[in-house]
Write a protein that binds this ligand. Sequence first.
Ligand code: CUA
Length: 338
Amino acid sequence: MTPPLRFRRWLPLLGLGVVLVLTGCDRQQDTLAPKSHASTDIANLFWWMMGVSWFGLALVVALMIFAWRKAHRRPGHEVKEGEQLGFRVVIGAGIVFPIVLIAALFVIGDIFVIKVTQAPAKDATRMTIVVTGHQWWWEVRYPGTTAVTANEIHIPVRTPVRLEVKTADVIHSFWVPELNRTIDAMPGKRNAIELYADAVGRYRGQCDEFCGLQHAHMGFYVYADPPTVFRRWLANQEKPARTPGGGLAAQGKQAFMTSSCASCHTIRGTSASGYVGPDLTHVATRSTLAALTIPNDRRDLSHWIVDSQAVKPGNQMPNMHLSGDKVKALVAYLEGLN
Ligand code: CUA
């Protein structure tokens, strides 16, 4: 049985609507699946506000139906003197009261969120992580250590960490929906928030302030590790880069240091000390490249070196026009930096 023509015209629109709704079914970056005390409080606040809003809507609709039915029962009715009171009720309950209520909800909601998501104070016993937003990736530093990484932040599970956010260029915003609210990275300013996870796992985050062409490709992961795993990870990140024993990887190192790679990237323990692109000292320990744009495997890494502009147009890395052999050697070197 085919649906009538009138209905069939709307089918593509209906399909599009269903697709849009289904995209929300991905459980990544779900604000309503909180994994910390701060995000749990935010989710609860959301449900309370939602409940109050639905109650208000139901009340207004009920009153409208009531008024409509009453008006229909008395056709040809004219407004009399005494109905001035009704007019005042409309102004009071229909305009003044909603403005006061919405303003109060806004202020209370703000104060509540600021209170429950506050960054832990800076002190000697507390771990601080400094994240810097770049167009379009995240630099991650662990003050008090030499560890520098990019786009993948490790924290010990069930430990409040002070996260400080700044920017190297334009405004970005750091957000891990399952762990806390969003926090802006403002030029000339350092904002702080708590980073805390209830359970071991990997949490996806995203820049949520439009910051240029590749804003959408400015993702990151927060890994909440068991404390011993975290300490091992940090100790490894602190070490200078591994020196290749010989062969293709050694040729790759030579190629890296003598080309423009070294003027944009740092590899600790070598002469490469650029700061335009991410620190590559332990690049092989990361699961993705270009802020979660591509997986960190041999094929994608090669493609990135040869033609990064095709992968992520507008990024700071120029196409290097390197020969196939040089690319193979570079990949062999970088794959060994774990
Ligand atoms: Cu950085 Cu959007």
